[in-house]
Design a protein around this ligand. Structure first.
Ligand SMILES: Nc1nc2c(ncn2[C@@H]2O[C@H](COP(=O)(O)OP(=O)(O)OP(=O)(O)O)[C@@H](O)[C@H]2O)c(=O)[nH]1
Ligand SMILES: [Mg+2]
Length: 250
């Protein structure tokens, strides 16, 4: 039996988080695995954190952070909290807005490999797809993955997606506090760190559904950060091959 904790970062997700937790509640009631949730909220002005707390779900906890500090920072805080407990075997990362379908979770859990492992929900592989996602976002995501794949020499097909399962064994082998990315390129940085740690990576096709409610936090600054960081990491990997391993892997 696996013990999974699902990290859900939120910023102003009061329109979407309840529905996502309801779906998870149905799934967990029929699952043979242990499943709990940590919502990581950056003091959302729409009181997302209070809304979640008021649901009074015994398997859901909220980590309240003082201010919006980006997806990478939220995940780092979440990882630190759950790894400190020794209660879990695996950590799932999932968006709050319904884009990461609970329906795809069983296949991802079944695909988990033993030891240091990363299981990635992938849109750009056979069987994977996107629904209602604007062409412009698809281009950014596909181009980002292609560039990261080339620059970082990682043979995966969806490096920008955030629907993943990490084994605790892998996370404990990484210097998580030394991760650098603030925005969404945290996902790429984690894939690179997992690769450096020798993790087994498995891609599982998912259907990514564009949010219906709430507002996207994607900005030009986030895309620019990704571009700059990938280029920098790519150069380090080529010029000082051992330095990045020492940086990311304990
Ligand atoms: N805690 C925290 N969560 C964040 C932050 N930025 C984004 N998120 C959450 O990260 C998840 C992904 O963000 P989205 O705004 O949906 O980004 P996206 O999926 O690229 O954009 P959409 O296409 O609009 O869905 C959501 O659950 C957000 O609430 C942040 O700075 N702090
Ligand atoms: Mg989203």
């Amino acid at each position: 039996m696996k013990k999974l904790v699902i990290l859900i970062p939120t910023f102003n997700e009061s329109f979407t988080i309840v529905e996502q937790l309801r779906k998870l509640e149905i799934y967990r009631s029929s699952s043979t695995d242990e499943i709990s949730v940590l919502v990581i909220d950056d003091n959302s002005p729409d009181a997302t954190a209070d809304l979640v707390d008021n649901l009074n779900l015994s398997w859901v906890e909220v980590l309240r952070r003082p201010a919006k500090a980006g997806l990478g920072a939220a995940y780092r805080a979440g990882f630190a909290k759950v790894l400190g407990t020794n209660l879990f075997t695996h950590v799932v990362t999932m968006d709050a807005d319904g884009s990461h379908r609970v329906e795809d979770l069983p296949a991802m859990i079944s695909a988990i490999k033993p030891g240091r492992s990363i299981t990635l929900g992938a849109r750009w592989i056979p069987g994977g797809s996107v629904k209602n996602w604007p062409k412009s976002r698809q281009v950014i995501s596909k181009t980002g993955t292609r560039y990261a794949k080339f620059a970082l020499k990682i043979n995966l097909n969806d490096l920008t997606g955030g629907y993943r399962i990490y084994s605790v064994e892998l996370l404990n082998a990484l210097n998580l506090k030394d991760m650098q990315a603030t925005g969404y390129c945290f996902q790429i940085e984690m894939a690179m760190a997992a690769d450096l740690a020798g993790a087994v990576a498995t891609e599982v096709p998912i259907t990514f559904v564009e949010r219906i409610n709430g507002v996207s936090k994607m900005t030009k600054a986030i895309v620019l950060e990704a571009l700059i960081q990938i280029t920098r990491w790519g150069l380090v990997r080529r010029l000082r091959p051992n330095a990045d391993k020492l940086h990311y892997v304990k």
